[in-house]
Design a protein around this ligand. Structure first.
Ligand code: GSH
Length: 213
C-alpha cells in the first residue's frame, strides 16, 4: 500500500494520477499547507525539503516528483507508461521528464515564490517577470518539439510525460501566453483530462473549474 502525502493541485498530482493509472493500492494523506504542516517535524522526516509530495511504502520513503513517477512506472512496466528501457524512445522520455522537472519546475517556483529568490525586499516582481519570460520560452520549446500527429507527448503512446505536462500546464495558466494557448500542448492536456484516472484525481482532490484556466 502506497501512502501519498499530497496537497490539491500540487506536484503530488502527477504521482496521484499515476497510482490510479497503474491500479496500485494507495491512500491519500492531506498535508495541511495552510497550517504549514509541510514545514513541521513530522513531515520533514519524510521530505526534508519541506515540499509536496512524499510517497511512502513500508520502509521506502521518497521525495522528488519525477523520481516518484519513475519508480511507480517501473513497478509495472507492462502497463507501458514509459518506453522500454535502453531504447532511443526511453532516452527522449528521460530528456523531457528531466527538462520539465529540472528546468521548468524551478522557474515555476521562482514565478510563484519570487520573494524567496532575492534578498532585495522589492525584488520579487523582477524575479517573477524574468521567470515569466523563461517559462513561456520553455513551454514554446516543448510545443515546437511535440509530434504534429499526436495524440500524446511521445506520439502514439500515453506516458508519464502527458500527465507531467498537464500538471505544468495548470501551473502555467496565469502566464501572459499560457500553455493552453499553444495548440499541441492544449490538445495533449485536454486529451489527458478525459482519462478516468485524471478525472478521478481531480475530483478526489476537490479541484473545481477548468483545470487549465
Ligand atoms: N523538486 C520538487 C519540488 C516540489 C514542489 O515545488 N512542491 C511545491 C508545491 S507544487 C511545494 O511544496 N511548495 C511549498 C514550499 O515550497 O514551501 C519535486 O518535484 O517534488
Amino acid at each position: 500500500m502506497y501512502d501519498l502525502h499530497y496537497y490539491p493541485g500540487n506536484a503530488s498530482f502527477a504521482p496521484h494520477v499515476l497510482l490510479r493509472e497503474l491500479g496500485l493500492p494507495f491512500s491519500l494523506n492531506f498535508v495541511d499547507r495552510d497550517k504549514d504542516a509541510h514545514k513541521g517535524a513530522e513531515y520533514l522526516e519524510l521530505n526534508p525539503t519541506g515540499r509536496i509530495p512524499a510517497l511512502v511504502r513500508g520502509d521506502l520513503v521518497l521525495f522528488e516528483t519525477a523520481a516518484i513517477c519513475l519508480h511507480l512506472v517501473d513497478s509495472k512496466p507492462e502497463v507501458g507508461l514509459a518506453p522500454k528501457m535502453a531504447t532511443p524512445e526511453r532516452a527522449h522520455f528521460y530528456k523531457w521528464l528531466l527538462f520539465m522537472a529540472t528546468t521548468i519546475q524551478p522557474d515555476i517556483l521562482m514565478y510563484y515564490y519570487n520573494a524567496r529568490y532575492t534578498t532585495d525586499s522589492d525584488g520579487g516582481e523582477a524575479v517573477k517577470q524574468a521567470a515569466t519570460q523563461r517559462l513561456m520560452n520553455w513551454f514554446q520549446t516543448i510545443e515546437d518539439a511535440l509530434p504534429d500527429e499526436g495524440p500524446h507527448f511521445m506520439g502514439a503512446d500515453f506516458t508519464v510525460l502527458d500527465i507531467y505536462l498537464l500538471m505544468l500546464a495548470r501551473w502555467g495558466r496565469f502566464l501572459p501566453t499560457p500553455p493552453r494557448d499553444m495548440p499541441k500542448i492544449n490538445a495533449i492536456a485536454r486529451a489527458a483530462l478525459e482519462r478516468p484516472s485524471v478525472r478521478a484525481a481531480i475530483t478526489s482532490e476537490g479541484i473545481s473549474g477548468d483545470f487549465l484556466t
